[in-house]
Design a binder for this molecule. Sequence first.
Ligand code: ZN
Length: 228
Amino acid sequence: MLVRRSPIGTVPRSRIPSRMMLAELEAWLSSSAAPPAIVQAGAAVLRRRASDVPQSLLGTPALAQLVEIMVETMRAAPGVGLAAPQIGVSLRLFVAEDDEERLQRVAPESLAVRRRTPLPLTVVVNPKIEVVAGDEEIFYEGCLSVRGYSALVGRAAAVKVRGVDPHGDAMSFRVEGWAARIVQHEVDHLDGTLYVDRMIARSLAGDAEMARLSGLPVSEVIRELVER
Ligand code: ZN
């Protein structure tokens, strides 16, 4: 059965006292289906700028529970990243994980070309990213909120991430290659941007074609689909 929930954070942040934000989150948590449905493209919550997580939510059981739900939902999907708006919560946080076990199922040459190395479970609240290596890397990318498709997207080769953990402790780290792509994709979600807004036009591919396309060099895919 599907339980409908109203997305939280829909009122401009400036008009919500943070006490109300906690009450809203608690109400959302108590009415939430387990696991929550992943919101699909077309939903307004994926298109608005999510609200900063207020100081008063940091370190609360409610925020810890939200993070736990996000991690479970990402793993069950399965996916390598999930931003809060993707489960209907318009707050600025994301979870990401690209574990060893998953990578073992990917061809070594595919990992090497994508510079894909294990990313341990990462939770960032109120993230800010700074591009530290602007060289674009172009690869196919998909999204749990745009089921059934992938497209070529250029992403910065390395980014520095700053934010806080769910307890409010400051964190800062640098990621490269595939992990940098995941982080840029998730932070885009917090700004209401989907990868399809950044994709190389004409590169869109359905799942049935992806098994073939993901094995080809990107330059060949561009010749086949993009150039004319
Ligand atoms: Zn996504």
